[in-house]
Design a protein around this ligand. Structure first.
Ligand code: CU
Length: 118
């Protein structure tokens, strides 16, 4: 009986150690990516940033109206680059990797309908 308790105690210590090691092996770390997103104005800025804001995998997002470059801080364990591009395209804005669908694009206000490459 006594050796059983020792074995359980040992197992418990091993499990707790494994759990702690595993939790610290992947500290929450963010990566930064920058890429071009088509758009015109501050309304576009709001729309592009809203496409990612509130997503727990996104730490920060900033689209520059003049340079058309978006800077995104994201958790690479939780979201892929492809998904980030897709979310912005879903909001109606072409990225340098993913094109927004025409049906979403034509619903943008006139001032936001940026020039598209044919
Ligand atoms: Cu706009």
């Amino acid at each position: 009986m006594k050796s059983n308790i020792r074995i359980f105690a040992l197992l418990y210590v091993i499990l707790v150690t494994l759990f702690i090691t595993n939790a610290t092996a992947y500290p929450l770390h963010y990566e930064t990516t920058s890429f071009k997103v088509s758009g015109n104005c501050v309304m576009c800025k709001k729309r592009i940033e809203s496409a990612l804001k509130g997503n727990p995998a996104i730490k920060s997002v900033d689209w520059n109206v003049n340079t058309k470059i978006v800077k995104v801080e994201y958790n690479p364990h939780s979201i892929s680059l492809e998904k980030i591009h897709q979310l912005i395209a879903d909001a109606g804005h072409d990225t340098d990797k993913v094109k927004a669908s025409q049906s979403v694009y034509i619903k943008l206000p006139d001032c936001c309908q940026y020039e598209r490459k044919k």
